[in-house]
Ligand binder design. Structure first.
Ligand code: ZN
Length: 255
């Protein structure tokens, strides 16, 4: 397995990458300062073969077959972040993942899709975990469901909304995880149109970590995401997964 050095830092990015199923307006009440980690992989340095990591969140709801079928048919590797509640509702998609573990790295998106923030807060209108114990339950519950479904123990965590407070980040790291940020918001929390999503993802640059959603089959965005996958493949992109980055590399986060 190839391993790549990983670069990341904590920066504030435009909202809505993790805003699936939520109003667009951010609404935080008495919240601590939130961070949204940035993540990219090392560049290939080869203009004709840029390196891109595709990550998809499976938050709740259904599986988007438009995206999943292209990944399988075109043999495009990707990292999928699943919640316990999504695993429970989508046994057919889980079976597809288990049958294609050469393509899919499955990682932890939490138990109930509750933001991993250890103080009371509303993010995109949903209540954060609100305490360190609730963050622990969200993270551990996601991992337990993955193991029960037959997947390997996760190494990466991405919380609902992809936002955290610094103390929750420290806690999750202490549980043995890396925090999965991103560098390219591909579908705006699945709320963008098909053409915009396609254009954003198809324009991925060398080293980008793309975030998109694989749980909204009725949203237009997924159609564009599926088309963009084909465009990236035509461009000669080298698809990598988060597991393929260098285990010894410093992910550079500063909290
Ligand atoms: Zn999510």
């Amino acid at each position: 397995m190839r391993r790549f050095l990983l670069f990341a830092c904590l920066v504030l990015l435009p909202p809505a990458a993790g805003a699936e199923n939520m109003p667009a307006r951010q609404n935080i009440v008495n919240a601590p300062k939130l961070v949204e980690p940035h993540l990219s992989v090392s560049r290939s340095g080869n203009a004709s073969r840029p390196r891109v990591a595709l990550t998809f969140d499976a938050c709740m709801g259904q599986a988007d077959e438009r995206i999943l079928s292209v990944l399988v048919r075109e043999r495009i590797p990707a990292t999928i972040f699943v919640t316990a509640r999504w695993l429970k509702k989508n046994p057919q998609a889980v079976a597809v993942f288990l049958q294609n573990l050469d393509l899919f790295e499955i990682e932890n998106h939490g138990r109930n899709h509750v933001p991993a923030v250890d103080a009371p807060a509303l993010i995109y209108g949903i209540a954060a975990a609100g305490s360190a114990e609730a963050v622990r339950q969200e993270v551990a519950g996601g991992a337990e469901a993955m193991l029960a479904a037959g997947f390997a123990a996760p190494r990466w965590f991405r919380g609902s909304t992809a936002k955290y407070d610094p103390s929750a980040i420290r806690q999750i790291r202490d549980m043995g995880y890396r925090i999965a940020g991103y560098s390219l918001n591909g579908d705006g929390g699945s709320l963008l149109g098909a053409a915009v999503s396609e254009k954003r993802i198809a324009a991925a640059k060398d080293g980008d970590v793309v975030i998109a959603h694989i749980n909204q089959p009725t949203h237009a965005a997924g159609e564009g995401v599926a088309r963009a996958l084909l465009a990236l493949k035509r461009r000669g992109v080298e698809f990598t997964r988060l597991a393929d980055v260098d285990d010894l590399g410093d992910d550079g986060t500063t909290q």
